[in-house]
Design a protein around this ligand. Sequence first.
Ligand SMILES: *Cc1c(COP(=O)(O)O)cnc(C)c1O
Length: 422
Amino acid sequence: MQTQSMERMESNVRTYSRSFPVVFTKAKNARLTDEDGREYIDFLAGAGTLNYGHNNDHIKQAMIDYLATDGVIHGLDMWTAAKRDYLETLEELILKPRGLDYKVHLPGPTGTNAVEAAIRLARVVKGRHNIVTFTNGFHGVTMGALATTGNRKFREATGGIPTQGASFLPYDGYLGENTDTLDYFEKLLGDKSGGLDVPAGVIVETVQGEGGINVAGLEWLKRLEKICHANDILLIVDDIQTGCGRTGKFFSFEHAGIKPDIVTNSKSLSGLGLPFAHVLMRPELDKWKPGQYNGTFRGFNLAMVTATAAMRKYWSNDTFARDVQRKGRIVEERFQKLAALLSENGMPATERGRGLMRGIDVVDGDLADKITAKAFEHGLIIETSGQAGEVVKCLCPLTITDEDLLEGLDILEASVKTVISQ
Ligand SMILES: *Cc1c(COP(=O)(O)O)cnc(C)c1O
């Protein structure tokens, strides 16, 4: 496989091509094919961007049909029939059945665009600058969003310009199982010399994806909502990776029965891997003046067409969500066994996750890398996350067939066993 031109031309900043140094040509559902015709099972799936699989037939067809009729691809944020369909479908299939009445802001098409817009809205509405975020949180890498991202590697890449406007508090479980970290938040809010600038909003992932599949307890999330309400602080759930069914419900916060003031979605929102993001907000928070926040690529029509097709295909009833939960239990069980196997062999490991967002924490980043490298040799694409890359994570397409899911898990098991025996 010829890779010289890419190695020569592409910036050092490239990442995933280092872990998976082959040239891919085709992809279908949970399988990728390289130039030599070798197939791989994909447990990375665009870091949660391909919840409905690669080249989902139903969603792809909607795109092809739209292209064939010369549908508007780009129209800044002008009204199009594609936008109307998208908003009406979102309202009818997603928001109304869940008792949500959000308004929709279409910012630029990436996750970090949505986070920038969400935290700025919170500031505009409350007239306060501070945003509370949590240890190991990941919310994107543009300056505003980066201020709420914990990862030191990204924070050090600003060239020394300090990020501003966010305060980090300990996420659920950060101080061990027996400490409710919200005690600290509540105490700070009530302490006039505690040093915390009263925040406009709190931004949180219900399961931290890049941060290592750290799962916030449902009671913790409920209490966080209560604290926000009691203190006139907006609750922003960053559902960019956890949304669109990843945890077994469309929105990850549904498990906790909470209603955030602001929600961000991106990654799998378009359903086909097209760039697309939105911010949802309680209607009374919509304090934007016309054009006060803009962007050339607001509301990519093609992505709205595919997002609409995805909602109609998978979210008109709860069949899909139940199937995700079922597959999640399969992964959970197998990951628990692998964690036990590692632990028995002197490598302490634990399993965690929600729905089909699951990980095995092997404590040691090098060990995790050995396992994922072995897996790749055997035809499984799987990545790590966490502060030291110590968590082997499964983000397979939610539409993966049981056969591919089991084959992927078998490859992972064989890889773990090989690494143990070395
Ligand atoms: C990926 C991600 C982002 C950033 O999205 P980009 O499209 O990479 O800018 C923000 N928040 C969470 C939780 C994410 O997983």
